[in-house]
Design a protein around this ligand. Structure first.
Ligand code: APR
Length: 236
């Protein structure tokens, strides 16, 4: 076993695309729609105030589906990488497929589908028992529980630590994200100029301003194992 402190640091930024082959639809594939609602209109605090039942239903349906799917070869390959590198996952996904696959260090920028939190004290976070959060499910202080999700327009509390981790990366890997949503998308600009960037996405577009870029125009289930084999065989 390598001594962790000597291992090179790999930071992996993932988005909905890494979970697509597990059966969870990406936002772009469903052109941002859910049951004829625009995601931007449901995943917001205003929607929660205006139509709490709709927002509860949106997340209940996604949580229910999460219990029916499992990690794919892309998630599994990232676990393999941990044998030789110090791997930090930074994900925009709210599913727990990286954890289910066995990744040791996973940071969720946009929250976690299986967690809920108090609406009077955001530090009161609970793991939901089962897939359904209902009106009347209260926190220990008696307030309605809400999804532990960062809604559009809400602060992204983990973005500063994510920027610091990105700045320390020896290798930066981007998998399955359209890099449309900020501040998550800005992480690729916090890395050292010398840090090689690998982008895995079947519809990958070039990343402007990134010097040392290698693109795998492949789905994650194929592309991630390919890249991991390359990195494991390298002298790095
Ligand atoms: N393997 C890899 N990438 C894929 C695959 C696949 N099998 N299928 C699709 N993709 C790519 C698409 O080409 C696209 O670039 O995954 C990306 C998905 O982009 P989005 O649907 O925009 O998802 P994401 O980038 O994660 O969205 C970011 O926006 O909706 C909000 O908060 C939500 O975290 C989400 C954020």
């Amino acid at each position: 076993m390598h001594n962790q402190s000597k291992m090179k640091k790999i930071v992996v930024l993932t988005g909905a695309g890494i979970s697509a082959e597990s059966g969870l639809r990406t936002f772009r594939d469903s052109n941002g729609l859910w049951e004829e609602h625009r995601v931007e209109d449901v995943a917001t605090f205003e929607a929660w105030q205006r139509n709490q039942a709709l927002v509860l239903e949106f997340y209940n349906q996604r949580r229910k589906q999460l219990y029916e799917v499992k990690p794919n070869a892309g998630h599994m390959a990232l676990v393999e990488l941990e044998k030789k590198f110090d791997v930090q996952i930074i994900t925009q996904n709210v599913d727990d497929l990286h954890e289910q696959a066995g990744s040791a260090k996973v940071m969720h920028l946009h929250g976690e589908l299986k967690k809920v939190r108090s609406t009077v004290d955001e530090n009161l976070v609970y793991t939901l028992d089962g897939w359904e959060l209902k009106k009347g499910d209260l926190c220990e202080k008696g307030s309605q529980l809400r999804p532990h999700i960062v809604w559009f327009g809400e602060a992204v509390p983990m973005i500063e630590p994510a920027m610091e981790l990105s700045a320390e990366a020896d290798i930066f890997i981007v998998i399955g994200t359209s890099l449309n949503v900020y501040p998550a998308a800005s992480l690729v600009y916090y890395i050292k100029k010398s840090t090689p960037v690998y982008l895995i996405d079947p519809h990958a577009e070039m990343l402007s301003g990134v010097k040392n870029l290698t693109v795998f125009r492949e789905p994650a289930g194929t592309g991630v194992p390919m890249l991991v084999k390359q990195l494991m065989d390298s002298g790095l």
